[in-house]
Design a binder for this molecule. Sequence first.
Ligand code: NDP
Ligand code: 8X3
Length: 252
Amino acid sequence: MSKIALITGATSGIGESCAHTFAQQGYNLILLARREDRLVKIAHHLEDKYAITIKQVLADVRDKNNLTTTLEALPTEWKKVDVLVNNAGLSQGLDPIDKGDTNDWDTMIDTNVKGLLYVTKIVSNWMIPNQSGHIINIGSIAGKEVYPNGNVYCASKHAVDALTKGTRIDLLAHGIKVTAINPGMVETEFSVVRFKGDEDRAKKVYENLEPLIADDIADAIWYVVSRPKHVNINDMLIMPTAQATATIVNRG
Ligand code: NDP
Ligand code: 8X3
């Protein structure tokens, strides 16, 4: 029987790349995101290309009630999830604390922290009866360092760091692996979302350096997932060669 991976934020960037990687490895997939057109297109493409089955879950991880109802409505056989990639997340704005938009703060905390928690609670309860499973939380360099104007996004990713450690402790007795993947700069839709559609500003983030691409992170996730049963990678910090810290980069 094929293994199952549940990937949140599967319609773009790292999540979409993970969907490709796991599909290529023969996993059946539960793909979750909010943009239906993209979800449908990606799922059909992968089902056509690989001999796998996909369940599309149109949901917002912030909406606890709808998320719970939608996930719990999946057929029992789909709840035997082997790998959960808690990837859905975003940054909104890059402002000093006194000028930050409180709606942006709510969006980041609700998505990156509370959304990840809701999904983790649901899926860990599916994994416990199997006494196995692997939860991959996508953190960030922003969960290891705090940079100017990064305040709330950094706090949300520091929370992911703490929750990864806490989840690992709490699920230890159940044989469930928990891993944090912490990327530096990855060129995806991330900066366009952070700057609310300002593509020129987003492009400048990656100007004159070679950032990571989503496939680099999916590759690392596959490495982590494919270790032997007795090996867990707790934490991986992955940077572009041109980036030393959150703020020190080499632009040639
Ligand atoms: P993208 O913006 O390309 O992808 C984000 C994905 O998350 C999209 O599929 C989006 O889909 C989904 N998403 C966002 N909000 C929600 C929500 N409320 N409910 C469900 N899905 C949601 O960014 P990345 O691929 O770069 O980001 C993926 C993760 O990686 C994030 O957690 C981010 O913080 C982290 N990260 C990114 C880095 C980077 O430099 N790019 C570096 C370090 C970490 P949809 O809009 O369809 O819901
Ligand atoms: C995304 C990378 O450096 O903008 O988590 O925090 S950074």
